[in-house]
Design a protein around this ligand. Sequence first.
Ligand code: CP
Ligand code: NVA
Length: 307
Amino acid sequence: AGRHFIDLWHLDHVELREILDMAHAMKKARAGWPKGRVDDGAPLEGHTLAMIFEKSSTRTRFSFDMAMRQLGGSSITATSSDMQLGRGETIDDTARVLSRYVDAVMIRANDHSDVEAFAEFSSVPVINGLTDRSHPCQIMADLQTLEENGLDLRGARIAWVGDGNNVCASFIHAAAKFGFSLAVGTPARFAPDDEDLDIARELQGKIDLFETAEEAVAGADVVIADTFVSMGDKDAERRLEILEPYAVTEDLMELANKGAHFLHCLPAHRGEEVDPEVIDGPQSLVFDEAENRLHAQKAVLRWCLEK
Ligand code: CP
Ligand code: NVA
């Protein structure tokens, strides 16, 4: 029963639109309520989400936990090193066992194929809470944030600058589904993976690749940055050096459309991938974006569980 949420390109545009609309509606419906109060109708009453973390997390961990509480359900969190997973128990067995206890599983994993394997052996929905390859929950929150700030995604121009990483990959998957074009500005060595570009091509997504931040940002409605050193990257020093010209500065923002929004999934490194004047300035939506992880994930959880 239920449906997995592993990558955005697995869902059709109608389903993704439904999730985003549900996120907007649920956020609106509980405006002004105490954060711990349960939503009307307690849509996931009696349901429990297990959360497994192989890597650190602030937003994903707390927003999913609060999402389950607000939906009337509960959650159980463990790091993989708390579990027998950390001592070599297989993903397959872990998935089969947890499926007997809980109604859904959210996993943050080092290796994307582990989430796919978990989904294969799980009889309950599995949600990708970030892997080395993608971060679909983040993009749902980001798109919710842009829409609530008046951006029509259809025909919008979104610029990604810096490292063509996991978060960038999920934007690449989302472009065709939501009808925006994506301009990606990265050094050649940190360009997005061909596999993700092939997925976008097959979906007829409009992705333009550039080797400078300036070209990517020109004429953009939104500028997005992320850390230059993701969890699991071993070459921090080299990355910081090569990616330095891709920092989002006030001068770079000037090249985007007037009033362009700035997004960053956080955690941020001021003075590395973004200047404080930008991330803490009037164009930045980063804290609405962080809040919307809660609302968007509530919609994802309902989509997974209410089928
Ligand atoms: N943006 C995001 O996923 O944050 P966490 O790593 O804190 O969960
Ligand atoms: N690209 C970053 C995102 C963190 C939420 C990482 O994978 O570490």
